[in-house]
Design a protein around this ligand. Structure first.
Ligand SMILES: [Zn+2]
Length: 76
């Protein structure tokens, strides 16, 4: 059993775990490397990607209504 330092979830430790093995938290996805087994010591490799569910292009919501110049006219 090892506890994720990122989210506090207790994950099962592989009984065959060895030093330098990579563990990842089932709850938040953070990755840890086993530094030592007795006592168990982990080092954080990758933080959990929280709040990356937004748009890919950033949070620019500056939509200006004044920019009507390039609006194509309706052709009937
Ligand atoms: Zn976690």
């Amino acid at each position: 059993m090892w506890e994720c330092t990122e989210c506090g979830t207790e994950n099962d430790l592989d009984p065959d775990a060895e030093e330098a093995q990579i563990l990842d938290c089932l709850e938040c996805g953070a990755e840890f490397e086993i530094v030592a087994l007795d006592p168990l010591e982990l080092t954080l490799l990758f933080e959990a990607p929280d709040e990356v569910v937004h748009s890919l292009e950033g949070d620019d919501e500056a939509v200006d209504d004044d920019d009507d110049d390039d609006r194509e006219p309706w052709v009937g």
